[in-house]
Design a protein around this ligand. Structure first.
Ligand code: ADP
Ligand code: ADP
Length: 223
């Protein structure tokens, strides 16, 4: 469903972040495992249409993402590695704002979807608090809630467990394992345990390339 072909990206003055990366993935949670600097965030920003590659192709359900970024806007959920937190607005109100930006209608269905997401991410007790006052784990759970707005069929999660303590990490594993397995989820991480807990398939990325790809059981055993 998500097909990435020969993607290249170099930063001015920097090195090569993506060096002819190709990847073909179907429904379910797919792990992108690689050390810092491998190019994971670059790939994810490009998938979220926040950045353009130098060359290559990306299609999702046969729609070319690079040519039609807006076609995917409502079908895409993205959790960036760190997102600007908004100091003056409660997290529930922020979800309404983000829903509007995503083009969701301002109606009862959207309001009840937001309530469901708040429940799912266990933020009921904190709806009026700005995200800036949240702990790391709460922020990541909020990040998942906003990524799920509109029930996207492609979900891009950039290092969702980064900086979490073991207890919050477990909470996030529980939350993520509840997500429907009929959407495409791409989860990047440098932590092997994340992949073992969450992903059936994994690709290992080093220096802008996929070096190997396969079922987590087989691949992680070889590490
Ligand atoms: P990862 O997410 O796997 O840590 P990144 O995509 O952040 O990898 O980075 C890949 C490479 O691109 C690194 O060498 C990094 O230093 C470089 N890089 C990332 N962003 C920029 C930028 N805005 N300007 C210059 N170099 C960058
Ligand atoms: P707070 O407790 O921080 O005031 P609320 O949950 O009451 O946050 O919501 C704040 C804002 O979110 C409201 O001003 C409104 O714009 C929007 N909002 C809340 N509920 C709804 C709803 N059911 N439909 C549309 N917008 C809503």
């Amino acid at each position: 469903m998500l097909k990435i072909t020969n993607l290249r990206k170099s930063y001015r003055g920097g090195g090569c972040a993506l060096d002819g990366l190709s990847l073909d993935i179907g429904a379910g949670m797919f792990g992108l495992l690689g050390p810092n600097g491998a190019g994971k965030s670059t790939l994810m920003r490009i998938l979220a249409s926040l950045q353009l590659p130098d060359s290559g192709d990306i299609s999702f359900d046969n729609i070319n993402i690079l040519d039609n970024p807006l076609a995917l806007r409502r079908r895409l959920g993205y959790l960036p590695q760190s997102f600007g937190a908004y100091p003056y607005i409660g997290c529930r109100a922020l979800l309404f704002h983000m829903a509007r930006l995503k083009g969701l209608p301002e109606n009862r269905a959207t309001a009840s979807q937001i309530d469901r997401l708040i429940n799912l991410t266990n933020l009921e007790a904190h709806v009026s608090r700005p995200v800036t006052t949240f702990s790391g784990g709460m922020r990541q759970r909020f990040g998942i809630a906003q990524a799920l707005l509109g029930d996207p069929s492609l979900l891009i999660l950039d290092e969702p467990t980064a900086g979490l303590d073991p207890e919050e990490r477990l909470r996030l594993y529980n939350l993520l394992s509840m997500l429907s397995s009929d959407r495409v989820v791409l989860l990047s991480t440098h932590i092997v345990d994340d992949v073992e807990q969450l992903c059936r398939q994994v690709a290992i990325m080093i220096a802008g390339r996929i070096v190997t790809q396969g079922p987590t059981e087989t691949l992680v055993a070889e590490l």
